[in-house]
Design a protein around this ligand. Structure first.
Ligand SMILES: O=C(O)CCC(=O)C(=O)O
Ligand SMILES: [Fe+2]
Length: 201
């Protein structure tokens, strides 16, 4: 496992080789299997941003394992994920620029994690549109994690991002949305800067 801080403003951390290959293959095959999803009663949505659906953690225990790993590696102590969103893009599909600034039952979407379940032949990078050239190319078994708010509670506008259009191949990701109280932002930022300012394994 290799963890590095890509930038500190917006604060983005990248973790490579997160899961065992066998577990990764099992998750990917299930998520691509429409029959299996229907059996689990998962409604899917298809539009110009590709196929997407929310997944309850109990239908796929390895996703809870992954969530626990994300928490451990990022120093999250109290924020909870409300759900896991899967997105599956094919050529011609992408997602326009936006910020992940949401409020739900008095909690805020403090942190977003995107886990890449496959390589993409061409295109499909997650690109931070207000931060010169910060682009994360999809790579199987890689996770990126970023902070959506500043320590003073304001939205971090530099966290704006888009999914560039997939040109060739496919892109399959699991997105973890961590909601919590804004006061957790500064301790996570401190943890990440302290632990990953220089590359380490
Ligand atoms: O597909 C991506 O790389 C990002 C998706 C995203 O930003 C979102 O679902 O909020
Ligand atoms: Fe987003």
């Amino acid at each position: 496992m290799n963890i590095s801080l890509l930038t500190s403003s917006p604060l983005i951390v990248e973790i490579e080789d997160l899961l065992d290959q066998g577990v990764l293959t099992e998750i990917s095959l299930k998520l691509k299997n429409r029959h299996w999803l229907a059996q689990q009663g998962v409604p899917v949505k298809l539009d110009e941003t590709g196929l997407s659906f929310e997944l309850r953690k109990d239908v796929m225990p390895p996703l809870t394992h992954l969530e626990n790993k994300i928490k451990e590696k990022t120093g999250i102590t109290s924020a909870k994920t409300s759900s896991i969103r899967i997105r599956h893009y094919h050529p011609g599909q992408g997602h326009p620029p936006h910020c992940d600034h949401y409020e739900l039952n008095d909690e805020y979407l403090l942190f977003t994690a995107v886990f890449f379940l496959c390589d993409t032949e061409e295109g499909g990078a997650t690109s931070f549109t207000k931060s010169d050239g910060i682009k994360i190319v999809p790579k199987r078994n890689k996770l990126i994690f970023w902070l959506n708010y500043l320590d003073d509670g304001n939205e971090d506008l530099l966290s704006e991002h888009e999914a560039e259009t997939v040109k060739d191949g496919e892109k399959l990701i699991a997105i973890y949305l961590f909601y919590g109280e804004k006061s957790e932002t500064s301790s996570v930022r401190h943890f990440l800067l302290e632990n990953y300012s220089t590359e380490e394994s």
